[in-house]
Ligand binder design. Structure first.
Ligand SMILES: Nc1ncnc2c1ncn2[C@@H]1O[C@H](COP(=O)(O)OP(=O)(O)O)[C@@H](O)[C@H]1O
Ligand SMILES: [Mg+2]
Length: 303
């Protein structure tokens, strides 16, 4: 397996005596689209700002590839492209001229790459118009071209769909897919919208009150179900679940309840039957990412 492109370990941030980020660990691998999901005020932007060196962690470490953000800042930053706040441009010159100015400021950028990234984000027909005439979606695509110009290995986007119309959101999703496939880069996207994470990401970490409360593959969350069995021998069934499948079930209201991967259900049922347990009734409650999110964050007042 390849090495992570980003490892953040034990990140903490105190602002004005208040512990905003309590403990955050993130590992992102090449080619992954990693979702950072949490309600408003959860600490997403504060965390992302620490990952891209816009703010200093009170504790913890960030490695981008082999480089420590603290000790090897510029090498680490070469590997990251990001849009944290809204991308800033000179409004009264063209998108192309904006990119050209950026490219001329540093030898990290190769001017001839401009055309490649302009067409990558689909702005070739409007790139010579003034930025002031661009829609939000177009400005964001220009921001992406700007963030990608130095060919980073990791792209970090803070709530990239905020303020975009459905067409803009769709286009962004397509660009992100293409980025991973064609340029083999990893993408970290924060969002407060579950549906967005579900559509775009391979993995998700859910953050609330400055702490990651769950990290998992989106696929495995979606394939997880809560199963309720009404069966003849609850205790033996619970034991079988534990011994043969390493699943912890609970007995409640004369039912055995367990959270399992849906794919295993028929095998579990067959095993119960083989062990002479009579199944009267099986009920499946699919856990969506939304339900999981609500289960995990419910009752936690956002301050
Ligand atoms: N510079 C700051 N000073 C004081 N509080 C801050 C500052 N930045 C963020 N916060 C607080 O930290 C918490 C997390 O904010 P933020 O990271 O912006 O959340 P999110 O991006 O998930 O919506 C919020 O309660 C916010 O009010
Ligand atoms: Mg934010």
């Amino acid at each position: 397996m390849s090495k992570p492109i980003l490892i953040a370990h034990g990140l903490k941030k105190k602002i004005n005596g208040k512990q905003i980020i309590k403990n955050v660990d993130i590992e992102i691998y090449p080619g992954e689209v990693y979702g950072f999901l949490g309600p408003n005020g959860a600490g997403k932007s504060t965390t992302l700002r620490m990952l891209v060196g816009l703010s200093k962690p009170s504790a913890g470490s960030v490695f981008i590839g082999d480089y420590s953000l603290k000790n090897n800042f510029s090498k680490a930053m070469d590997l990251i492209g990001c849009i944290i706040e809204k991308p800033e441009f000179y409004e009264y010159i063209s998108g192309y001229r904006n990119l050209e100015m950026l490219a001329s400021m540093s030898d990290k950028y190769i001017k001839s790459d401009i055309d490649e990234f302009v067409s990558f984000v689909g702005l070739e027909n409007r790139i010579h118009d003034r930025v002031s005439e661009y829609s939000m979606g177009m400005k964001q695509r220009l921001g992406l071209a700007q963030a990608l110009l130095h060919r980073p290995k990791l792209l970090i986007l803070d709530e990239p769909t905020n303020g975009l119309d459905p067409q803009g959101i769709y286009t962004l999703r397509e660009i992100i897919k293409k980025l991973v496939i064609e340029k083999e880069i990893a993408v970290l996207i924060s969002s407060h919208l579950i549906s967005e994470i579900q559509l775009m990401c391979d993995k998700v970490s859910i953050i609330n009150h400055g702490e990651i409360i769950k990290s998992a593959k989106v696929e495995s969350i979606l394939s997880t179900s809560e199963i309720f069995w009404e069966i003849s021998d609850l205790r033996s069934a619970k034991k079988i679940l534990k011994e043969k499948f390493e699943i912890d079930g609970i007995i409640k209201d004369n039912q055995l309840i367990a959270v399992i991967d849906k794919e295993n259900l028929s095998l579990i049922n067959e095993t119960f039957i083989k062990e002479n347990i009579k199944i009267k009734y099986v009920y499946k409650n699919n856990k969506t990412l939304e339900e999981l999110f609500l289960d995990l964050t419910i009752g936690q007042q956002i301050l």
